[in-house]
Design a protein around this ligand. Structure first.
Ligand code: ADP
Ligand code: MG
Length: 267
């Protein structure tokens, strides 16, 4: 197994190898003639909470979208749980055989826009992917959806339609929808950016609760307080490149002028 970190568990004397849950190696992505990602390397351990930050257009969303192949990298390698999903074989073959669906099941994503179906109640919004992706019966899917809604504190709104919910509640339904699929990783792309300021807190609270369950998370956010609190690994991007990254305490210790300037100006 390549790329694993050797650790000791403190009980047995033999070291065991922990496989990163996500490994991006030399990911490049071009749209038309414009290269938007340059040699992105990122290793994410199980249970780690990663914050991606940087200016608009720096490639943060494209990195997230590469992780679940909403944006297919032109080159490089993507491994989830050691399984190669990149453009190189055997991943490409796996993707063609339906591996993409399997990958999407393992990797949940929450977007800035909640993308709920307006004609479905909260419960059925959460239940729908369970039926489509996991092919559950309607009854079973609804049962599981109810558990997910309870997790985000919205079981009492299960019968409400999106238009009857606040933006914060809609985003929590979107989080429940992703959680219901039992993902191994959750990706959040500016999940609070579309919300009125007074609704941001409830979504961050829900994300904090998800983090406390040990879920592996990659979060793009401009909420500096939240980033400081949650980020085990903090990654600053600019112009399609990772400029600097660091552990907890990063925001007060980053060394690149660009990251410092950005933090001072924006976050
Ligand atoms: P960020 O999330 O950091 O704002 P993005 O990853 O969305 O950055 O975008 C990085 C660059 O890629 C930008 O220049 C953007 O215009 C471009 N881009 C993103 N998605 C597409 C797309 N589907 N087609 C063409 N260009 C895109
Ligand atoms: Mg973005």
């Amino acid at each position: 197994m390549s790329g694993g970190t050797v650790v000791t568990d403190g009980v047995s004397s033999a070291p065991r190898t922990v496989q990163p849950v996500i490994e991006l190696r030399a990911i490049n992505k071009t749209y038309g003639k414009t290269q938007v990602l340059f040699d992105i390397d990122l290793t994410i351990e199980r249970g780690q909470h990663v914050v991606l930050f940087g200016p608009s257009g720096s490639g943060k969303s494209t990195v997230l979208r590469s992780i679940n192949l909403l944006a297919e990298p032109d080159s490089g390698s993507l491994r989830i749980d050691g399984v190669e999903f990149g453009p190189g074989l055997p991943g490409a073959a796996a993707v063609k055989r339906g591996g993409r669906l399997e990958l999407r099941r393992r990797v949940g994503m929450v977007f800035q826009q909640f993308n709920l179906f307006p004609h479905l109640c909260a419960l059925d919004n959460v239940a729908l992917p369970l039926r489509k992706v996991q092919r559950m019966s309607k009854a079973k899917a609804r049962e599981k959806a109810a558990i997910a809604l309870r997790r985000v504190g919205l079981i009492d709104r299960a019968a409400n339609y999106p238009a009857e919910l606040s933006g914060g509640q809609q985003q929590r339904v979107a989080i429940a929808r992703a959680l219901a699929l039992d993902p191994e990783v959750m990706l959040f792309d500016e999940p609070t950016s579309a919300l009125d300021p007074e609704l941001v807190g409830e979504v961050l609270k829900t994300m904090r609760e998800v983090a406390e369950t040990g879920m592996t998370m990659v979060v793009v956010t401009h909420e500096l307080g939240f980033a400081k609190e949650i980020g085990d690994l903090n990654v600053f991007m600019e112009d399609g490149r990772i400029v600097e990254s660091g552990p907890r305490g990063f925001y007060d210790n980053c060394t690149s002028d660009r990251a410092r300037e950005f933090l001072k100006a924006v976050m």
